[in-house]
Design a protein around this ligand. Structure first.
Ligand code: SF4
Ligand code: SF4
Length: 388
């Protein structure tokens, strides 16, 4: 029997461990009959619209717990997340995947978590992004987010694009991409939104936010003015950066590879809220600035910046204004002034040292003429003074 590619994928999806074993309905799960032992399952629908899939790749790098334990295991006390739909991770496809999505929405209206990854195009009725079909017609990403967002327990916008528009919405934005918040505003959807920005977001930010929401509800998440969880985005990169001392002393890298604060190379640490300097990336190995690259501000609404990622910015907050160099104003002149001052001091020191050496060697100075050589000394013999 010959199968088309689509038929093969549908049938393969039906037997895949990544399909229904990840989605266990209804609870009690796994034969648990004692109500006290019951584990409540919370469906998670991950909808990727105008995205590069980098956010999903970053999520898969989660180290502790791993994404499998976090999203399908029992690491949350009394709760189990059930990843019901994820176009990259699920094996089912076509009608089967869409039927599964419809079933989850019907059975858990108001009780599932919607995760959006990517910006949403609105130009040409959003036809640039279609996810699945219904009655033979493609469903746009816009329609999915609108309909799913209305009935979700909460919507989590993952990454810079879903949170603030990001790269798809950068000028000239030919597809008119917008963020989840803008889409909700257009559709007058009042449901709560949590933004977890980043390009990509750290896996801990994603798993930590979802876990806090599922365990403690919305009240467990303290959000800032941009709807970001304060536990991850509550402080400036600049305030925890190991190069902060260089910044304060006016020691600025002038080109890539130089040692020192990277603000002259466009570091956005002074205006970016995230815990990268403390958390580190790739399982705690390193982060952007310590790897020698300026922070590009990927957690802020301005990212990716109209002029350039490498355009220097003014620090948002000067915690101790009197002690900082003039980095908020004419940084180049200040840095160059520091350089000239350092060169001048070195030159003066070298001159004075030279005078001292020459004097000690008897080549210059009034002492040469005035001091009488004592009989029997090296000087009387015309030699240089003996070294101690
Ligand atoms: S400007 Fe950037 S490199 Fe310099 S101290 Fe601030 S965060 Fe660190
Ligand atoms: S250091 Fe800056 S650019 Fe790098 S991940 Fe953190 S917020 Fe984004």
């Amino acid at each position: 029997m010959e199968l088309t590619r689509r038929e093969f994928l549908e049938r393969a999806g039906a037997v895949s461990v990544f399909s229904f074993s990840w989605w266990r309905l209804p609870w009690p799960a796994d034969g648990q009959t004692d109500p006290a032992e019951r584990v409540a399952e919370i469906p998670l629908i991950w909808m990727a619209t105008g995205a590069c899939t980098g956010c999903s790749v970053s999520l898969l790098n989660a180290a502790s717990p791993t994404v499998r334990f976090a999203l399908v295991g029992n690491v949350l006390p009394g709760k189990r997340l059930a990843l019901a739909f994820h176009t990259t991770l699920m094996a089912s496809s076509g009608d089967m995947a869409m039927r599964m999505l419809d079933r989850v929405v019907q059975e858990h209206s108001g009780g599932y978590v919607l995760v959006v990854d990517g910006a949403t195009a609105i130009e040409e009725r959003g036809e640039f992004c279609a996810i699945g079909e219904r009655d033979g017609k493609p469903i746009s990403g816009y329609e999915h987010i609108r309909d799913l967002g209305r009935n979700a327990l909460a919507t989590i916008a993952i990454g810079a694009c879903a949170s603030f528009g990001g790269i798809p919405a950068a000028p000239p934005n030919p597809t008119q991409c917008i963020s989840v918040a803008e889409l909700f505003e257009r559709e007058r959807i009042q449901n709560p939104i949590i933004n977890v920005p980043g390009c990509p977001p750290h896996p801990d930010w994603v798993i930590g936010t979802i876990s806090a929401l599922v365990l403690g509800g919305l009240g467990a998440l303290k959000l800032d003015a941009l709807h970001r969880p304060a536990m991850f985005f509550g402080s400036l990169i600049h305030d925890n950066c190991p190069y902060r001392g260089h910044f304060e002393r006016g020691e600025f890298a002038q080109r890539f590879g130089d040692h020192g604060c990277l603000i002259k190379l466009g570091c956005k640490g002074p205006m970016t809220h995230a815990d990268c300097p403390i958390r580190h990336w790739n399982g705690g190995v390193n982060w952007c600035v310590e790897a020698g690259h300026p922070c590009v501000g990927c957690c802020e609404p301005e990212f990716p910046f109209e002029e350039s990622l490498f355009q220097p910015v003014q620090p948002a907050q000067l915690t101790f204004p009197g002690t900082y160099p003039a980095a908020a104003g004419d940084r180049r002149r200040q840095a160059d002034a520091n350089t000239y001052a350092a060169v001048g001091m070195i030159g003066t020191a070298a001159f004075l040292a030279g005078v001292g050496v020459a004097t000690a060697a008897g080549k210059i100075g009034p002492a040469d003429a005035e001091v009488e050589a004592e009989p029997g000394t090296d000087r009387e013999k015309g030699d240089a003074p003996a070294q101690p």
